[in-house]
Design a protein around this ligand. Structure first.
Ligand code: XIL
Length: 368
């Protein structure tokens, strides 16, 4: 098992390991071969990215899944493997094996890796949550950031530094009462961004958030207060480059989808000079009473309506789905409470569904 003392992951080592031939023309996040009709092909021609959340275990165990990710994506997000609880289950015992495997896969197949997520209340290592509750020592956070961020600097050019900082109903500023907020107050966000900038001077730094997509009062409040947060960060000169819109859509909420409201929000974020990544797109549906074709059509329709708005705004440069195939969706996990779900671009046999075409047509709106 790798630990903090093993040499850092490096693309050069990967290249030496796999041989340089298939990697001619390598450029992270860019597609070398064009015209195969894949999502990365469409994205690349639009000057954009298409990515999926991936798991190291599936890449290792399922060659057809690995081939599909290789074919479709020009960026990949580790679904679990970069999260604190995963990387450092015990204080000081860092295990980079799975994250390194994804970084190596990305480098060997000419993809970028998106770094998700550094500080997230749900993935903080339990020992760290306890330590921070005991004593608000920023060095605990800094040591983690310093051990992870530089290690993947060659392949990771975008990081979610803070994930899900907002939660309505607790405070006037809408900040979530997380272990980080409890220990350091609202300033933890700026401090984390500044440290991330220190360890990744050229990377783009994002705040990633969910529950911003529909016209419900709680989502309206969240959009408003998140904008205030972003505006404050920009005004104070904090190193923030963009917003990740998770975009976990739900068919049950589609009646509350208002393209004008979403477009206004994208405009407001873009006007702050921030980029927007659609970072975790999927659709919760699971309606066993409908025919499969109807379910797939509804999913694709929700995605099309969303991406029509997204593509109209030049601040949006990247779309990642939270998984690639219905074979493996977090919505089917016990915590997801929605399975069996058909809310990803490929079906369980890795065949493209209407959602896949909705995404490729979205890139076409930008010339892809
Ligand atoms: C989820 C993973 O998909 C699950 O497998 C894991 O058990 C929990 O985390 N929002 C996020 C992602 O920002 O990191 C979450 O990923 C899904 C919701």
């Amino acid at each position: 098992m790798a630990d903090a003392r093993t040499p850092g992951w490096s693309r050069r080592a990967v290249l030496a390991g796999v041989g340089a031939a298939p990697l001619m023309g390598f450029a992270p996040g860019r597609e070398a071969v064009k015209g195969d009709g894949s999502l990365k092909d469409h994205a690349g021609r639009a000057g954009m990215q298409y990515g999926a959340a991936v798991r190291a275990s599936l890449l290792a165990e399922q060659p057809d899944y690995r081939a599909a990710v290789t074919r479709e994506c020009n960026i990949v997000t580790p679904e679990l493997e970069l999260k604190w609880a995963w990387l450092e289950p015990q204080r000081g015992q860092l295990s980079f094996t799975s994250a390194d495997a994804i970084a190596s896969f990305a480098a060997a197949t000419g993809k970028a890796m998106h770094g998700a997520a550094l500080l997230w209340h749900l993935s903080i290592a339990p020992w760290a949550a306890e330590a921070l509750a005991d004593q608000p020592d920023w060095m605990i956070v800094r040591r983690f950031l310093a051990s992870v961020i530089p290690r993947y600097g060659e392949v990771t050019h975008t990081w979610d530094v803070i994930n899900e900082p907002m939660d309505m109903g607790h405070r006037m500023d809408g900040l979530r009462p997380s272990p980080y907020l409890a220990a350091f107050g609202p300033d933890y966000i700026r401090r984390a961004l500044e440290d991330a900038r220190l360890y990744a001077p050229r990377a783009k730094l994002f705040i990633n958030e969910f529950g911003l997509d529909y016209d419900f009062p709680v989502e309206r409040d969240k959009r408003y207060l998140l904008l205030k947060l972003l505006e404050g960060l920009k005004t104070s000169g904090a190193p923030i480059d963009g917003l990740g819109m998770q975009a976990h859509l739900e068919l049950a909420k589609q009646a509350h989808f208002d393209p004008k409201v979403l477009a206004q929000f994208f405009d407001d974020v873009g006007s702050l000079g921030l980029e927007i990544r659609i970072s975790e797109l999927d659709v919760k549906e699971a309606n066993g009473t409908l025919a499969t074709a109807e379910r797939d059509a509804r999913v694709a329709d929700a995605v099309r309506r969303y991406l029509d708005v997204a593509m109209a705004n030049r601040a949006v440069g990247s779309i990642t789905t939270w998984g690639l195939s219905d074979r493996c969706s977090w919505l089917d996990s016990p915590g997801g409470k929605a399975g069996p779900n058909r809310g990803l671009p490929l079906d369980a046999a890795l065949r493209p569904k209407p959602m896949y075409h909705a995404i490729s047509e979205a890139y076409a709106l930008r010339g892809g």
